[in-house]
Every structure is written in structure tokens, then in C-alpha cells.
Design a protein around this ligand. Structure first.
Ligand code: SF4
Length: 293
């Protein structure tokens, strides 16, 4: 849950999630719809889909694998997570290299553009044998609180005597900043279909953006402007790889496979933030239109 999401946003959601599914087996037996509904609003829904796929695989095996190499075979577990679990939970001397660790090692050694594999080897060289878990957690905290991306606290750093970046006088220039590609912009529509206090909702296809989530119906998101005016407003939303303008357009008849959901109960519909904001905008606009009529 903490990937790309703050501790403040995650804490109450994590506690609710763990209370509802306290074991791997309980999570493995839950329905995708319930899990995605519980995740609604946290974003990055691939995490929820991977989490349940992983729980089902662990339940099928009967236990978690105990090595980084085996953990990597589980859905949603990449090199960093596998190494962190193996080091912290199972005591394996594995190198857990996230952006914090990459930054600390790059600065200590004065590396501008080093391949991750080389950083992993450098980390493995300095892990105190048998204490990889403590080392991984210490490095995470050190990178987050002392050797920060901006304004590193070199004056308070116990490693400054050995640090090439500190000696250079410009520690922030290590590692060299990554070149960011401009984020493309897309357009889409969301149909607002209302009938007697209910609104028509659909489920998005299992694969792709917001896969499996409850949503307002609408077509694909493309780089071309949609041929509709956004009568009820437009929501601008930032995804990791693109930005989106979602025009909300009223429509009289239901479209696609879906269900009528009470407007009063939209908070429990499991809508992701994009569609929750679209629904709020549509409701505000329809109220204003009714008041003006
Ligand atoms: Fe990071 Fe500065 Fe310490 Fe070097 S001296 S490791 S740049 S905090």
C-alpha cells in the first residue's frame, strides 16, 4: 500500500484491510470485487490485483518461499521486494536496492549513472553477514532522513569522511538526475445516466487502467478530443504515465453491462478517485441545472 502513497493516507486503510482479511488464506479466499472495493481511492490498482494473485499463489503452495530467488516468482514481487522480504523476514544476505539505497551508494562512491546490478554488487560487499535485514532497514531510514534526495544532511552524516559526493561539494548531483519524458495527455468521456435516485455503473475490463474497478461507463481514452461537449464538467486526473481530461456527459439510456446504484450510497460503490470526482461534479452540476430550471 505504501508504494507511491503516504503513510498518513495508508494507515487507516491498512488497519481496515488487515482487520477484514487477517491472514493470507483469508485474502486468497476473498473476491476480487471486494478487494478492489476496499482499495478504492488508494490508486495504483495493479497493486491490489497483484496482492490477491500473490496471496492465492502462497495459499496454493501452503507457505511463503524463503529465498529472494523464489519470492521473485510470486505475482507482483520484483527484485527489491523479494530481497527486502528475504533479508528482513528470512535473514538471507540479499541486497534490497530501492531509490534511497541507490542514492546513498551512488553518493558514497561518486557514481553518476551506475547500473542497478553494479549497485547491488556494491551493497552485497558491505552487508554485515547475517544482518542483511537490519542493514536494509537502516539504509532505508538513512536515505529517507539523512542522505535525502534534496538537502542531504551532510553535516550530521557519520559517513561524510568517506563520501565522494560530499568531497565534491555538490552531493545532490549524485546520481545524475534521470531525464523525464513529457507526459502525454488523453481525453475520454464518462456517461452520467441517472434514473429515480440511481446512477448506472459498470465494471472496467479486468486488464488495463483501473482494471476491474467500478466506474461510470465511457469509451476508450485517446489523444483525440472526444466529439461531445462536457455538459456536466470535466475532471482532470494525473496518472503516472499520462494526464487525462474526462468529460462528463448526460445520457438518457444505460450503456454496457452494469447495474443501478443508489446515488445516496455512492461512497460505498468502490469508485476509484477519478470516477468519485466525476460523480461529485455531475451531482453538483445536475443540482445547479435543476435549481435554475
Ligand atoms: Fe549522503 Fe552527505 Fe552522507 Fe554523503 S555525506 S552519504 S551525500 S548525507
Amino acid at each position: 500500500m505504501l508504494q507511491q502513497t503516504t503513510v498518513a493516507a495508508v494507515t487507516p486503510r491498512f488497519e481496515r484491510f488487515i482487520a477484514r482479511w487477517p491472514t493470507v488464506e483469508a485474502l486468497a479466499a476473498a473476491s476480487d470485487v471486494d478487494i478492489l472495493g476496499e482499495w478504492a481511492g488508494l490508486g495504483y490498482y495493479a497493486r491490489a490485483r497483484n496482492l490477491v494473485a500473490c496471496a492465492r499463489e502462497v495459499a496454493r503452495r501452503g507457505a511463503f518461499p524463503a529465498t529472494a530467488a523464489e519470492l521473485r516468482k510470486l505475482p507482483g514481487i520484483g527484485a527489491y521486494t523479494a530481497a527486502a522480504i528475504a533479508a528482513i523476514a528470512f535473514g538471507e544476505d540479499a541486497a534490497a536496492v530501492d531509490t534511497n539505497v541507490e542514492r546513498v551508494i551512488s553518493r558514497l562512491r561518486g557514481l553518476e549513472h551506475e547500473a542497478k546490478a553494479r549497485i547491488e554488487r556494491l551493497v552485497l560487499d558491505v552487508i554485515p553477514k547475517g544482518r542483511a535485514g537490519d542493514f536494509a532497514q537502516a539504509m532505508m531510514d538513512f536515505g529517507a532522513t539523512v542522505c535525502r534526495a534534496r538537502n542531504p544532511r551532510c553535516g550530521a552524516c557519520p559517513l561524510s569522511r568517506h563520501c565522494v559526493a560530499f568531497k565534491s561539494g555538490a552531493p545532490e548531483s549524485f546520481p545524475a538526475p534521470k531525464v523525464r519524458r513529457p507526459r502525454p495527455h488523453k481525453y475520454g468521456i464518462a456517461w452520467w445516466i441517472e434514473r429515480g435516485g440511481d446512477v448506472w455503473l459498470v465494471r472496467r475490463p479486468a486488464k488495463g487502467m483501473l482494471g476491474g474497478m467500478a466506474a461510470l461507463p465511457g469509451g476508450d481514452w485517446t489523444e483525440a478530443l472526444p466529439p461531445f461537449s462536457s455538459d456536466l464538467g470535466t475532471v482532470r486526473h494525473l496518472f503516472t504515465h499520462f494526464s487525462l481530461d474526462l468529460a462528463i456527459v448526460p445520457r438518457p439510456e444505460p450503456v454496457g453491462e452494469g447495474w443501478w446504484h443508489p446515488i445516496d450510497g455512492l461512497a460505498e460503490a468502490g469508485l476509484p478517485t477519478l470516477y468519485r470526482r466525476a460523480a461529485e461534479l455531475a451531482l453538483g452540476a445536475t443540482e445547479r441545472l435543476r435549481a435554475a430550471a
